[in-house]
Design a protein. Structure first.
Length: 494
């Protein structure tokens, strides 16, 4: 444990709060922009092609890109200042969207919407790549929480991050549908390019107090898979947490592939955008509750209980083709997402050494992201060519009609029913594993880390107290190679 340091004066406390707030605001703008264009692309392609397969490919390709790049992103975050990483993310996304805009002006829409032609894949791939780069910023943000926030307040800070992401999703949901419905894809691209340029301009005025990362002599490659594995193996149960989250994302891929087609069956694009906007206020409520109350002393237990609730909900909110059931169900489902994500983030931030957190977050993101496209690529064609047609037959309606009622999208409802039940079973079984017990014990006993904040802002003083208005004392935190290893309980988290 580090010794108490000098008290920060009012100006230093304000500067530290401003740094954290600026990072959140910039993340909000960037998340709105990338999600806005990704959602708009999905809406545009489905409306023009009416293909569940096409939307499944877009969603799956996005997650596949994340899986491919996430480990390299983690290494980049560990080797560079977080501010530099965020600037890099903004520049690359802006350039990608600009190239997509030029391509849109160059090629006719028919060519861009032809799934059998090359331009659909090039156009969609460029947009998705620009959106995937946002994952680089998100990994940097997770480590920035560790940098600026004390351990006992990180769950609250992660809840605040979830609230910001909820606001982004809300704004995105409304404006993506409206933009495609009233302006079309061309103006939508122009808006995204301008907004991403704004994030870059704002970043030029943001200062994050941080030291220069020291090179890791054991990290020789751009991926540094070995360094990531070493950090994960130090914490018994951490690998199990990542595996569980990966499996959870397998189920999440079902909803990713089918949620928009189901919603666009019930609503037109503009109304579906408003429905998503209402449902996304659940993110605000869920994130706000975590920011206010935290996750309790056992975030892993909280996470599993919430996942069970998500599975139960996901299995019933399509049982009837009633739009109120679907929209309210989505609202509750989204309110449960921030606690799950905050729990994973909080555990990793406490038990993984700060200088390796980027790589651990990268490995976790890669594994978990790889799961969703696997399901999306599998479930989209199965839904379109097998389950949906089967549920429209007399045999399908007779066998499942008592449970699923009548409607156009009963095949989607059947798939989501079983996906939710599988999620419930998996989370329940996780409670009885040795990994769950070890990780819970590790989180409770892991000591506070020491982090070098460099000479900016508060100088060599810690910023912990600056983001916790209840504290008058702060802890001096210089960077340490790793926290002490607790016998039988290795350090980990995500």
């Amino acid at each position: 444990m580090s010794e108490p340091g000098p008290t920060l004066d009012g100006m230093e406390r304000t500067a530290a709060k401003t740094a954290f707030a600026n990072v959140l605001v910039n993340t909000l703008i960037a998340n709105v922009t990338t999600s806005f264009l990704w959602f708009a692309l999905t809406f545009w392609v489905y409306i023009e092609t009416q293909s569940v397969l096409a939307t499944g490919i877009i969603g799956g390709a996005y997650m596949l890109f994340v899986a491919f790049f996430a480990m390299a992103f983690g290494t980049i975050v560990d080797r560079n200042r977080k501010h530099t990483v965020m600037v890099l993310s903004s520049v690359i996304s802006a350039v990608a969207f600009l190239i997509a805009g030029v391509l849109y002006l160059w090629q006719p829409e028919a060519a861009l919407l032809d799934l059998g032609g090359p331009w659909f894949w090039v156009f969609s791939g460029i947009i998705l790549f620009g959106g995937v780069i946002e994952q680089l910023r998100n990994i940097a943000l997770s480590t920035t929480v560790t940098l600026l926030v004390p351990a006992d307040k990180r769950a609250n800070a992660n809840g605040l991050v979830g609230t910001v992401q909820g606001i982004a999703f809300l704004v995105t949901s409304v404006f993506s549908g409206l933009s495609i419905g009233f302006l079309g894809m061309g103006w939508t691209l122009a808006i995204a390019i301008a907004a991403m340029a704004l994030t870059f301009a704002h970043l030029l005025f943001v200062r994050i107090p941080e030291g220069t990362p020291e090179p890791d002599p054991n990290a020789s490659s751009a991926l540094d898979f070995r360094g990531s594995v070493r950090a994960i193996r130090l914490a018994p149960g951490l690998f199990a947490l990542i595996i569980f989250s990966t499996f959870n994302n397998l189920i999440g891929g079902v909803y990713m592939a089918l949620m928009d087609p189901y919603g666009l069956t019930l609503f037109n694009a503009q109304t579906w955008g408003f429905a998503l906007a209402f449902a996304s206020t659940g993110f605000l409520i869920g994130g706000g509750l975590v920011a206010k109350f935290g996750l309790g002393p056992k975030p892993m237990r909280t996470m599993l209980l919430v996942v069970i609730a998500m599975g139960l909900l996901g299995s019933v909110f399509m049982l009837r083709e009633w739009w109120p059931l679907y929209v309210v169900g989505m609202w509750i489902y989204m309110a449960l997402v921030p606690p799950v994500e905050a729990a994973e983030q909080t555990v990793i931030q406490k038990v993984v050494p700060f200088q390796r957190q980027g790589r651990v977050f990268g490995v976790a993101a890669a594994m978990e992201a790889a799961a969703a496209p696997l399901t999306a690529f599998l479930i989209a064609p199965i839904a379109e060519f097998l389950i949906i047609p089967y549920m429209k037959t007399a045999q399908g309606q007779q066998q499942w009609g008592w449970l699923l009622g009548e409607g156009e999208a009963r095949g989607i409802a059947l798939i989501c029913l079983f996906a939710g039940l599988i999620m419930v079973v998996a989370a329940t079984l996780a409670f009885f594993t040795r990994s769950y017990r070890k990780l819970t014990e590790l989180y409770a006993e892991a000591p506070e880390q020491q982090i070098d904040h460099g000479e900016e802002g508060a100088g060599e003083q810690a910023l912990d107290g600056a983001v916790d208005p209840r504290e008058d004392e702060v802890v001096e935190t210089r960077h340490a190679e790793a926290p002490p290893v607790i016998p039988g309980v290795p350090p980990e988290s995500r």
